[in-house]
Write a protein of this length. Structure first.
Length: 308
């Protein structure tokens, strides 16, 4: 089983408008409501690939009920821990004229010390039996900033490979706890390292403690700095669409190939094809299987002649 942790789950709304104009009233032409938060998206993609998947984190209030109701028919096991505070909503507004997406994320509930303690005991139980764990997304209020570092250390102590996908101070502290893999995007990487040049920043991130770093660089694909080598993976062509959740699909691809013991080029090909197929999809956590299959054959993975 693969475990995904989403401490700040979300009810994701995707609105499509003809054109997004500040101060104007907009008629929404398409509404999609999905169970979300990064780790939930990762789990949905993993389940679609046929992996046994469990989601944990917090869910509460009426939004939490809706989220759990949307998860129920999916082949994903719900091990979410109840919180008194309500699960947040996030809104992605897709401008169909420009193709740009604007994201609005609520802060989420305040987690109490008792709820955090309840989560830690569920996490410990789930680690026993997990083949890999992904720790994903922002922290809800009330959860300490070193929470991911703590969860990384516990996964390592249990011998479970751990992937971290977060930002800011939780990422900085989490990396220092030596996760097997981190997957920052270009902005997260720049904020962490102060470097804009992708290769330099990715190598710097790895030096901070991660075993391997896979940076997601939008249309440029993925850059991986690993103990086995350095690779750049790119989609066959620039794609237009909603990029929300593309990074989560990349995480799912990396985990899926990792638990199958695939080598790095194959992990990166799978991650790039899934991320690209998600840009074509209506919402995060989704992809078209045929398109994924076509992309997988056309993704390029190039080894860079440079030391990690
Ligand atoms: O606020 P966070 O936790 O950083 O990100 C949350 C979020 O924007 O990320 C996903 C896309 O990656 C959305 O489905 C989700 O709601």
């Amino acid at each position: 089983m693969i475990l995904t942790v989403t401490l700040n789950t979300a009810l994701d709304l995707t609105y499509t408008v003809p054109a997004l104009v500040p101060h104007a009233t907009h008629r929404v032409t398409d509404v999609v409501e999905r169970p979300g938060g990064k780790g939930v998206n990762v789990a949905r993609v993993l389940a679609a690939l046929g992996h046994e998947t469990v989601v944990t984190g917090f869910a509460g209030g009426p939004t939490g009920e809706v989220l759990r109701g949307l998860l129920a028919p999916l082949p994903v096991r719900d091990a979410l821990v109840p919180s008194a505070g309500a699960t947040r909503r996030t809104v992605a507004v897709v401008d169909s004229a420009s193709g740009d997406t604007t994201q609005l994320n609520e802060p989420g509930p305040v987690i109490t010390p008792a709820e955090w303690a309840a989560f830690l005991s569920v996490y410990a139980e789930l680690l026993d039996g997990a083949r890999a764990v992904a720790l994903c997304g922002s922290l809800p209020r009330g959860v300490h900033v070193g929470a991911y570092a703590e969860l990384v250390r516990r996964a390592r102590a249990a011998g479970v490979p751990v992937l971290l996908d977060t930002s800011g101070e939780p990422l900085r502290r989490g990396i220092a706890a030596r996760p097997d893999l981190v997957k920052p995007n270009a902005d997260e990487l720049a904020a962490l390292t102060g470097a804009r040049e992708p290769l330099r920043a990715t190598r710097d991130a790895r030096r901070r403690g991660a075993h391997a770093v896979v940076a997601s660089l939008g249309a440029e694909g993925l850059l991986a700095v690993t103990p086995d080598g350095t690779w750049q993976a790119a989609p066959p062509a620039r794609v237009a669409g909603n990029p929300t959740g593309a990074g989560d699909s990349a995480v799912a691809g990396l985990l899926s190939a990792l638990v199958e013991g695939a080598p790095w080029p194959e992990r990166l090909a799978r991650a790039t094809a899934l991320a690209t197929a998600t840009v074509h999809a209506r919402a995060a956590g989704e992809f078209d299987a045929d398109r994924y299959g076509e992309l997988l054959e056309r993704v390029s993975v190039r080894e860079l002649a440079t030391a990690a």
